[in-house]
Each structure stands twice: as structure tokens, then as C-alpha cells.
Write a protein that binds this ligand. Structure first.
Ligand SMILES: [Zn+2]
Ligand SMILES: [Zn+2]
Length: 45
């Protein structure tokens, strides 16, 4: 698991975690800590 990478959604902030479902590296803005998912997955299908 890489920790030194950019958020793959906005590509402008450092990724702080990865989505449990798709594995996308995401920044704090695009990571839903309640579900452990990226905002794309948390938004639904
Ligand atoms: Zn982001
Ligand atoms: Zn995801």
C-alpha cells in the first residue's frame, strides 16, 4: 500500500487512505471515514 501518492479523484491533494472497495488512493476530502470508502463508492453504484 503506497502512502506517498496523490488522491486519484482530485489529483491535487496527498492521499491519506485507500478505499476498501475499489482500492483508490484518496485524500481526506474524498474519503468517507464512516464507511471506509472513497466518495465515488460511498455515493452508491
Ligand atoms: Zn481528493
Ligand atoms: Zn472506492
Amino acid at each position: 500500500m503506497s502512502v506517498a501518492s496523490l488522491c486519484q479523484i482530485c489529483e491535487s491533494a496527498m492521499a491519506v487512505d485507500t478505499c476498501d472497495t475499489c482500492g483508490t488512493a484518496v485524500c481526506a476530502t474524498h474519503y468517507d471515514r464512516a464507511t471506509g470508502l472513497c466518495t465515488d463508492c460511498a455515493a452508491g453504484t
